[in-house]
Design a protein around this ligand. Structure first.
Ligand code: ZN
Length: 108
């Protein structure tokens, strides 16, 4: 697979340096989604809740494979931010009032 150019410096790719919170937030989102009230679960709302939670958690970047001695932020903080993000997005969804039909070839 070709590496995205945006992450290349001097021919080296930085794309494997990831925010370690990403998979943790995804996992907690999976767990908390069934408990979220007034949350529609459409793609836009799930993406919005993920982005909102990530924006409220201090990022933790490191190379993949590096040893983590301390999980920071803690699991409780991750869960708290995910639950709050689901409530925020559920209360103010950005999706259109009516579902937007996916484009089909007949539209062209
Ligand atoms: Zn939605």
């Amino acid at each position: 697979m070709t590496k995205p150019k945006a992450y290349i410096i001097n021919g080296l790719s930085l794309e494997d340096i990831r925010n370690r919170n990403e998979p943790r937030v995804v996992q907690v989102l999976r767990e908390e989604l069934p408990n979220a009230r007034n949350f529609c679960g459409c793609r836009l709302c799930v993406e919005d809740a993920y982005a909102s939670a990530m924006n409220h958690i201090t990022p933790h970047y490191s190379q993949t494979g590096s040893i983590v001695l301390r999980r920071d932020p803690g699991d409780e903080e991750i869960r708290k931010q995910v639950v709050e993000a689901l409530a925020r997005v559920g209360a103010h969804p950005k999706h259109p009032a009516e579902p937007v039909p996916l484009p089909t070839s007949s539209n062209f």
